[in-house]
Design a protein around this ligand. Structure first.
Ligand SMILES: Nc1ncnc2c1ncn2[C@@H]1O[C@H](COP(=O)(O)OP(=O)(O)OP(=O)(O)O)[C@@H](O)[C@H]1O
Ligand SMILES: [Mg+2]
Length: 291
């Protein structure tokens, strides 16, 4: 089989796996450590296809390390990670690695845009890397489309990251994560550092994109408003593993002290109250929008 055929065969296999299974990511018995420090031990997690899964846990509990392990940037000591039915552990050949990496987009904690490239050039980086045959004109067009898709004005394209506000930089990072039309989106603290209005707008955008593009989203966040407003389920990292996963109502029914303190503390209660207010407002508004 030629190299192109082999790559195409692998992409077709992933297409079928995406169609077939309800599970996008399956993590089993994962162990990660740095020297003597064990970050994860016997960690299991399923991410369902088409959901926004919120991932929470205290600082340093290993949320970013978990994400890095799933996308192959961190070599686990033990366990298995399958993405669309393909094990990420052990050596993937080049065709397999390329085919699977095209399926996800990543917004790293802090954004991680290339500061010497414009926003449009940043968005074009993965296109150049994975689709070297796409010419400059089409590449520019795709980048412009992705930039608009994230709610940035077209004028942001030629700007450098340092010329943007924090919220605009996050959107630029999101545009780059969407560059290859992924099935899976990884977002690490996307609303950290944004004001509440900017954070809510970013959440709305994430939800809209997830719905229109049919994405599965792995969303690491400390933001209770984000968890309440857009996450279908939430996974809680503590004691080196995922101690619980479910809707917030399901999590509240558990008696783990960290979960109770997190969701039932003053901030958790405020977020619940805000969601309830929104629901009541929607329920008391007649369908034609008049009150
Ligand atoms: N490359 C590395 N080398 C050594 N230790 C690391 C490395 N990456 C992460 N760690 C350690 O692993 C632990 C988990 O880190 P991680 O970044 O996953 O935490 P986190 O849950 O994402 O925290 P935060 O909410 O602050 O982002 C931390 O103690 C961190 O110091
Ligand atoms: Mg982190």
């Amino acid at each position: 089989m030629s190299e192109v055929d082999a790559q195409q065969a692998e992409e077709n296999r992933i297409d079928e796996a995406v169609e077939r299974s309800d599970i996008a990511i399956e993590v089993r018995g994962l162990r990660n450590s740095f020297g003597d420090q064990v970050v994860h031990e016997n960690l299991d997690l399923d991410v369902r296809k088409g959901e926004i899964l919120g991932v929470v846990g205290g600082s340093g509990t290993g949320k970013s390390v978990l994400m890095r392990a799933i996308i192959g940037l961190q070599n686990p000591d033990a366990g298995d990670i399958c993405v669309f039915g393909k094990s990420m552990i052990g050596e993937l050949n080049d065709d397999e690695a390329l085919a699977i990496r095209k399926r996800w987009g990543v917004l790293f904690q802090g954004g991680a845009l290339f500061s010497t490239l414009t926003v449009a050039e940043n968005v074009e980086v993965p296109i150049r890397e994975y689709y070297p045959n796409i010419g400059p004109a089409l590449r520019d067009e795709i980048a412009a489309y992705k930039i608009r898709m994230t709610g940035l004005p077209a004028e942001a394209g030629p700007k450098y990251p340092a010329e943007l506000s924090g919220g605009m930089r996050k959107r630029a990072g999101l545009a780059r994560a969407l560059a290859l039309d992924p099935d899976l989106l990884f977002l690490d603290e996307p609303t950290a550092g944004l004001d509440p209005i900017g954070a809510a707008a970013f959440d709305d955008q994430t939800r809209r994109l997830q719905q229109t593009l049919g994405l599965t989203v792995f969303l690491i966040t400390h933001d209770l408003d984000t968890l309440y407003s857009i996450c279908d389920r939430v996974a809680v990292l503590a004691d080196k593993r995922v101690i619980a996963v479910g809707t917030i109502a399901e999590l509240l029914a558990t008696d783990h002290p960290w979960i109770q303190e997190y969701f039932n503390g003053p901030r958790g209660r405020a977020a619940t109250a805000a969601v309830e207010r929104e629901k009541n407002k929607a329920a008391s508004t007649p369908p034609d929008g008049r009150r």
